[in-house]
Design a protein around this ligand. Structure first.
Ligand code: AMP
Ligand code: ZN
Length: 143
């Protein structure tokens, strides 16, 4: 069942071909198309065709299908466009930077020596807890 909010979802519109997209892969469950604001040529978004909001919402089987396609398309970026690396990125929640609330994974192709500012930002923000603090947090999180 699709709510009125989901009817306006831009990625659902792409699935229904009501919005243009440059599609690179499609099967019964998964669609992949180029990001309109790429961080590098070939920056791809991989989505389930069905509307799931985020990591808490998507069923594990669907996440597995997205992972398999991520592997195929990551290799494809390396083989066809000459990249030597790929970042897989996902944001769940506005606090994490999610701006389209239809689950998606970013595949960002990378090449040695070309920064997209990501690692610099990461290392500038990282803190350096003691082993004791790391172990305590690990203990709190243990499944
Ligand atoms: P996020 O910020 O992780 O939710 O990523 C959403 C991504 O969707 C952004 O990188 C946008 O550039 C991209 N995006 C938004 N609308 C479209 C669209 N119509 N076609 C392709 N990519 C889109
Ligand atoms: Zn949607």
């Amino acid at each position: 069942m699709v709510s009125s909010l989901e009817e306006k979802c831009i990625f659902c519109e792409i699935v229904k071909r009501e919005e243009k997209a440059s599609i690179v892969y499609e099967d019964d469950d998964v669609l992949a198309f180029l990001d309109i604001n790429p961080l590098a040529k070939g920056h791809t978004l991989i989505i389930p065709k069905k509307h799931y909001v985020d990591i808490t919402d998507i069923p594990p089987e669907m996440l597995s299908k997205i992972s398999l396609v991520s592997k195929k398309l990551g290799e494809n970026l390396i083989n066809k466009l000459g990249y030597d690396g790929v970042n897989l990125m996902h944001s769940t929640g506005a606090s994490a930077g999610q701006s389209v609330f239809h689950f998606h994974v970013h595949l960002i192709p990378r090449i040695s020596g070309e920064s997209i500012g990501f690692q610099e930002w990461w290392f500038s923000r990282a803190f350096h807890p003691s082993r004791k603090d790391l172990d305590k947090t690990a203990n709190d999180l243990k499944l």
